[in-house]
Design a protein around this ligand. Structure first.
Ligand code: NAD
Length: 422
């Protein structure tokens, strides 16, 4: 297949495909299935007018919804608001979502959506308008049995609530199952906001146990102090780990003795960004990655650990909270250096798991306690981690390959059973 000619051919898409190719080759995957998995099944690009608060100003906004795999059930995946997003990025993220759902045994294929906007530059009213228009534009391809949205970079529970309301207004009745990650008041699941971070921390604990590294006192550095990064830091510190550095889009902070996260949260509530926090040194996002620590958690954006800086990392364990933070070349360098990598498709799957729980609860109109949600999440994460680790040892491959093998194997079987139409 000549990937050059495809509309979604970008560096991030190439990373996702290169990961797939590497594992597929190792498994001896059937060419027909391999080929099907390299491209999305559906990709929708929309552009629409968006009126700013200044009434005379109308911007043209681009939006995307990509459904990678329709074999496993409805598709499922987050919605990202980012000014640099493109079709290739959304396609890669949809593909990773397919693997994530298959690793966790969830009855979904992968999808992803995005708007090419900078949410930090929009007023709340603008954010609501652009979200509602985007939802209307993609309404024919989403739905509780078709494709279910969730929060991702730059979106949150409120955005999901507007999406759900817009969809429901068009249908004429309330349809909570069209999105997950909703506020609890409108059918969200308890524990969903913390789910991805909780899953990341479950992986940290499991990998530390496997390597014999005590979690108590372990130094942790987290790039990106958002929904995933902040919860990861908070829960890791509850287990006795020392969070020595965190960052956001502007800058980072570092305190070798450990940051006081309660004070930091008060600081962020008042100042929006972590920079300037009085009890720490400041550092750049690039410097944060090379801080001496036991566990490094990239939880911001893709393409952070590359061939240029992989040699400079001073962590023993890398747990990928973000999607696609490590390039293929960097991955190989880290493996040679003996850094233990827990891949994104496993480490950050906790959000997908509790999204699934939220969807199930919504369909049944029967809601679970937070303890139940957390316990079920931790159990599934541990099972998937242990399963991937066993496969990695059996096949003598790294955890990324092993997790992907497990995912592809499940998808292959489903495709084989369903056959080809017509
Ligand atoms: P978020 O918007 O809540 O937080 C992102 C954080 O990263 C913020 O602190 C932001 O300031 C920072 N950031 C943004 N751009 C940056 C840059 N260029 N350099 C450094 N920092 C930057 O987003 P989130 O939901 O926490 O998602 C973070 C990552 O985790 C993304 O890769 C996302 O795809 C992935 N992820 C999120 C979920 C989820 O449930 N939210 C689930 C799985 C994976």
């Amino acid at each position: 297949m000549d990937a050059q000619r495809l509309e979604w051919d970008t560096p991030m898409y190439r990373l996702a495909v290169a990961q797939l190719d590497r594992t597929a080759e190792r498994m001896g995957l059937d060419d027909n299935i391999w080929e099907r998995l390299r491209t999305p099944q559906r990709a929708l690009v929309v552009s629409f007018p968006f009126r700013r608060d200044n009434y005379d100003k109308v911007d043209t906004v681009f939006g995307y919804r990509v459904q990678h795999l329709l074999t496993m059930g409805p598709t499922k995946g987050g919605v990202r608001y980012d000014q640099d997003v493109d079709l290739g990025e959304v396609t890669a993220l949809a593909m990773w979502m397919s693997w994530k759902c298959a690793i966790m045994n969830l009855p979904f294929g992968g999808a992803k959506g995005a708007l090419r906007i900078d949410p930090n530059q929009l007023s709340r009213a603008e954010l609501q308008r652009v979200t509602r228009r985007y939802t209307s534009e993609i309404i024919d391809v989403i739905g509780p049995d078709r494709d279910i949205a969730a929060p991702d970079l730059g979106t949150d529970a409120q955005v999901m609530s507007w999406m759900m309301d817009t969809y429901s207004q068009q249908k004429g009745y309330t349809v909570p199952g069209v999105v997950t990650g909703k506020p609890v008041e409108v059918g969200g699941s308890l524990g969903r906001t913390e789910a991805t971070g909780r899953g990341v921390v479950t992986c940290i604990i499991e990998v530390c146990r496997h390597l014999g590294v005590p979690v108590e006192g372990a130094r942790i550095a987290v790039q990106g102090y958002g929904e995933v990064g902040r919860v990861t830091a908070m829960l890791a510190s509850e287990f006795g780990a020392r969070v020595v550095a965190v960052s956001d889009v502007r800058s980072g902070i570092y305190s070798p003795g450990g940051l006081d996260l309660k004070r930091l949260d008060e600081w962020v509530a008042a100042n929006q960004y972590v920079g300037g926090f009085p009890e720490a040194e400041s550092l750049t996002n690039a410097e944060l990655l090379t801080v001496p620590c036991e566990v490094l958690v990239p939880a911001a954006v893709q393409n952070q650990i590359t061939e240029e800086n992989a040699d400079d990392l001073e962590c023993g364990i890398l747990v990928e909270g973000a999607n696609g933070p490590t390039t293929l070349g960097a991955d190989e360098i880290l493996q040679d250096r003996g850094v233990f990598v827990v891949p994104d498709i496993l480490a950050n799957a906790g959000g997908a798991v509790v999204s699934y729980f939220e969807w199930v609860q919504g369909l049944q109109h029967f809601f679970w306690s937070e303890e139940e949600v957390n316990l079920k999440l931790i159990t599934l994460m541990r099972t998937a981690f242990g399963d991937a680790l066993r496969l990695a040892e059996e096949k003598q491959v790294d955890l990324r390959n092993a997790a992907l093998m497990r995912a592809i194997d499940r998808i292959r079987e489903a495709k084989r059973r369903r056959g080809v139409f017509p």
